[in-house]
Structure formats: structure tokens, C-alpha cells
Ligand binder design. Structure first.
Ligand code: SF4
Length: 217
């Protein structure tokens, strides 16, 4: 296929996932264009695809990005039939810079001045304490190390046994908070990131659900 000379609005950048938000994007929350339930926290340790990279690498500092939809990373603001952004006039700063035919401007800001969930909270927001507690009790493990150890038959069984209580504890914590605060699943992704079990699925771990807990195999 011939190399593109200019952006032809093919939409592949929006389909691969909304961008990481930068500090200046806080104005989009302040003006009400974006809400917490539009965002997902990508926690330290998760595997994420950096702009123009061809394989995911571990995240060193958490950040926020736009949520996907219907189980995919396709940006929730992407209008597929129209091949257009539904918030074009107020899209995040990285969206305005992303151009696969000219990566330099995007690469210049990638990983810098990123917005986090904590930047979006008021000083007295009661969720802050829960977020800190969740991070302490259920930190996201380094998924690259997990992936490597899972590929070793000698380590796999012990690792799954080690991860199982973490997976179930993480889920129980979320359910408890949701039951108390009527937290939607979308808002939960902002406050606590994706559940640990979801992060393990792409690594080839199968999850079996019983009446009381999840089992990993
Ligand atoms: S906000 Fe708009 S431009 Fe940015 S990824 Fe989503 S659909 Fe694409």
C-alpha cells in the first residue's frame, strides 16, 4: 500500500483508542464537555500502546484516557458511519496533534504533562481516600513481568495462586464502593481503573466464575 502523504480521515487513530489526556485538557472537564464517566484511568504497571508504537509497554505513571465502547478501544466519541469526531471543536489536545503522516508534534507531547484522576478531584472529595486505599491494597502488578512469568510452566501455577486473592479482593472492593455510592461501571473506571481480572485476560489467563469468587486458570 502506498504511504499516505496527508491525513485522509481514515479514523484508525480514533479506532485504536482515544488519547491520553494532558493537563490542559482539564478545561474540558471544567466546561462540562467531558465527565468522569467518559474517562478511564490507566494505572502504573498496565500494558499500554504508546503513540506510533507497535507493541504495548508497561505504564510508568498513571494517566487518563477517553473510554472505548462495546468492549473495544474505539473512542466513545467516534462516529463510525460519518467517520467523524462528535466533539471535534472541543476534542483533547492530543487529538488535534495526532497525524500518522507527521508524528513529530504528537511524539513531542507523548507521556508529558499527563492529567491524572487525582487532578480532577476537589481537595475534599471523599473518593480520594478510597482511591488511595484501593491503590495501596490492590496495586496493579507489572503486567510485563506477569506476562513473562506466565509463559514459564514452572512459575505459572504459583503465580495464579498469588494473583487470585488480589483479583477477588479488587472486585470485592469495587462492589462494596458501588453498593454504597451507586457508582456506575463507567465512573468506576475513572476512580479505580480497570479491574485486575480484565487486565489478565489478554495475557491468556482464563477466568472461571463461581457463586462466590473468580478462579484463574
Ligand atoms: S475525541 Fe474525537 S478525535 Fe479524539 S480520539 Fe475520540 S473521536 Fe478521535
Amino acid at each position: 500500500m502506498a504511504e499516505k502523504q496527508a491525513c485522509d480521515r481514515c479514523g484508525s487513530c480514533c479506532r485504536q483508542g482515544g488519547p491520553a489526556l494532558h493537563r490542559s485538557d482539564i478545561t474540558l472537564l471544567h466546561c462540562g464537555r467531558l465527565h468522569r464517566h467518559h474517562l478511564v484511568t490507566i494505572r502504573k504497571g498496565e500494558l499500554a500502546l504508546q503513540p506510533f508504537a507497535d507493541k504495548p509497554t508497561p505504564v510508568t505513571d498513571e494517566f487518563l484516557k477517553l473510554q472505548g465502547r462495546q468492549g473495544s478501544w474505539c473512542c466513545l466519541f467516534y462516529d463510525e458511519p460519518a467517520r467523524a469526531c462528535t466533539i471535534y471543536e472541543q476534542r483533547p489536545v492530543a487529538c488535534g496533534l495526532f497525524d500518522c503522516t507527521a508524528p513529530e508534534p504528537m511524539l513531542a507531547i507523548a507521556g508529558r504533562d499527563l492529567l491524572t484522576r487525582y487532578d480532577c478531584l476537589d481537595a475534599d472529595d471523599p473518593m480520594a481516600e478510597l482511591m488511595h486505599r484501593h491503590d495501596l491494597q490492590f496495586p496493579c502488578p507489572d503486567m510485563a513481568t506477569i506476562a513473562e512469568e506466565l509463559s514459564s510452566p514452572a512459575k505459572r501455577k504459583a503465580l495464579l495462586a498469588e494473583l487470585c486473592p488480589q483479583v477477588n479482593g479488587d472486585l470485592a472492593f469495587r462492589r462494596q464502593v458501588a453498593a454504597r455510592g451507586e457508582l456506575s461501571v463507567a465512573a468506576e473506571l475513572f476512580y479505580f481503573g480497570r479491574p485486575l481480572f480484565q487486565l489478565l485476560l489478554p495475557l491468556g489467563i482464563e477466568i472461571r466464575e463461581t457463586d462466590t469468587s473468580l478462579h484463574l486458570q
